[in-house]
Write a protein that binds this ligand. Structure first.
Ligand SMILES: NC(=O)c1ccc[n+]([C@@H]2O[C@H](COP(=O)([O-])OP(=O)(O)OC[C@H]3O[C@@H](n4cnc5c(N)ncnc54)[C@H](O)[C@@H]3O)[C@@H](O)[C@H]2O)c1
Ligand SMILES: [Zn+2]
Length: 365
């Protein structure tokens, strides 16, 4: 396989310095690359049993060939594994397995594995090297980048966590072939978001390659992922601790989160909820004079072309309003939104009164 098929995205900021290796088959190279990053020779590979069966062997082979002793740690699939209990069990595995400060925690999985591995790596011995090997499209473009790690608490999702950047990220696009369709769409929703908030060329590229995206063509996927990562990296570099502009990464998420919460995280996947959120916010943006009707319809058309929803059902609009106005980001019944100005350009921290939101939510229910 020729080396030119790989891309290397260098993340360099005051808080994060690492490379994202992107391309088909990149997982076969993890060993030699990780060896250069740490003096440790022990690696712990966190994954789900199904993903480990599919993709564990090449990773382990590569690590062993580079002189690492590898121990696989497997946890069940789903958000229910992102807990302090799972973390605690992993601390025990690490301690019993003789992990020291230089041992490497490798996360082979979607956002659940990435967040859990990240949290454990951030806290075990006050921090050990973390390597992300994202397997879901969402993890490739979103959760493996930006340095946020967390586990859930019964009183809140991602309530306990730390900012802890990885030492390296290995994003192997061939893994996407086995990703279930709904999970794939979930990642596409975040890629549309990346285009909408900061890269009109990426947005246009998606519009022009709908069929190839449906077919999961490798070259097209690589471009999508590379451009979407670049948007996130740029925003995170500007605002690593989420004090200002990083808020734009939540475009479509205020409404999306409310929809997920109102349906107890069952009716809508995260990506579907965000798609509805982006569509409704674009209509809101048009009504408030932030964007033109053409910009609004361009965003809604792309969401629909990908097979993602632009309207919702099964939730009373009033319930969504209640959730949004009780959210920690809302103030005195005024909800703050990221509004669309143009494709690739948004305005953040925009206050929208409930009287404007209410009729819109009722109309698109
Ligand atoms: N840290 C961050 O910045 C950040 C950002 C966004 C989301 N998140 C977190 O990410 C999590 C969601 O991540 P997710 O959407 O990847 O969900 P996930 O990790 O649960 O993965 C979704 C499903 O797809 C399966 N899967 C993953 N890759 C596969 C592949 N290549 N082939 C076949 N099956 C595969 C998984 O086993 C799982 O069942 C949430 O916990 C969320 O809070 C974190
Ligand atoms: Zn999201």
């Amino acid at each position: 396989m020729s080396a030119t098929r790989y891309h290397c995205i260098a993340v360099r900021s005051a808080t994060e310095q690492y490379d994202i290796h992107l391309g088909p088959g990149v997982l076969h190279q993890v060993g030699e690359k990780i060896q250069a990053l740490t003096a440790g020779r022990k690696a712990f590979l966190l994954s789900h049993p199904s993903l480990y069966k599919l993709y564990g062997a090449p990773v382990e082979e590569s690590l062993r060939a580079a002189g690492f002793a590898v121990e696989a740690c497997l946890v069940p699939e789903g958000e229910r594994s992102k807990t302090l209990l799972s973390a605690s069990r992993l601390f025990t595995r690490l301690a019993r397995g003789g992990a020291d400060r230089h041992s490497v925690m490798c996360a082979l999985g979607g956002g659940v594995i990435g967040d859990l591995a990240g949290f454990v790596a951030a806290t075990y011995m006050r921090g050990i090297p973390l390597v992300q090997m994202p397997t879901s499209l969402l993890a490739m473009v979103d959760s493996s980048v930006g340095g946020k790690t967390a586990v859930d608490h019964k009183l809140g999702k991602n309530l306990i966590g730390a900012f802890y950047p990885p030492r390296a990220v290995f994003t192997d696009t061939t893994l996407l072939q086995s990703l279930p369709e709904r999970e794939y769409l979930c990642g596409l929703s975040e890629i549309v978001k990346a285009g909408a908030i900061g890269d009109v060329e990426l947005f246009q590229f998606i519009e022009q390659h709908i069929e190839a995206i449906r077919q999961r063509e490798d070259a097209v996927l690589t471009t999508l992922i590379e451009r979407a990562i670049a948007v996130k990296v740029r925003v995170v570099q500007e605002d690593p601790y989420e004090k200002g502009v990083r808020a734009i990464l939540n475009f479509g998420h205020t409404l999306g989160h409310a929809l997920e919460a109102a349906t107890v995280y069952s009716a809508y996947s995260h990506g579907e909820a965000v798609a509805v959120g982006m569509a409704l916010v674009s209509i809101l943006s048009e009504r408030l004079g932030y964007c033109t009707p053409a910009t609004r319809s361009r965003l809604c058309a792309l969401i629909e072309a990908l097979g993602l929803p632009t309207t919702y059902t099964g939730v009373p609009p009033q319930r969504l309003l209640e959730i949004m106005t009780h959210d920690k980001k809302s103030l005195n019944g005024v909800v703050r939104f990221i509004l669309l100005k143009d494709i690739g350009d948004v305005a953040f921290h925009q206050q929208v009164p409930v009287e404007v939101l209410q009729p819109l939510l009722a109309e698109y229910a």
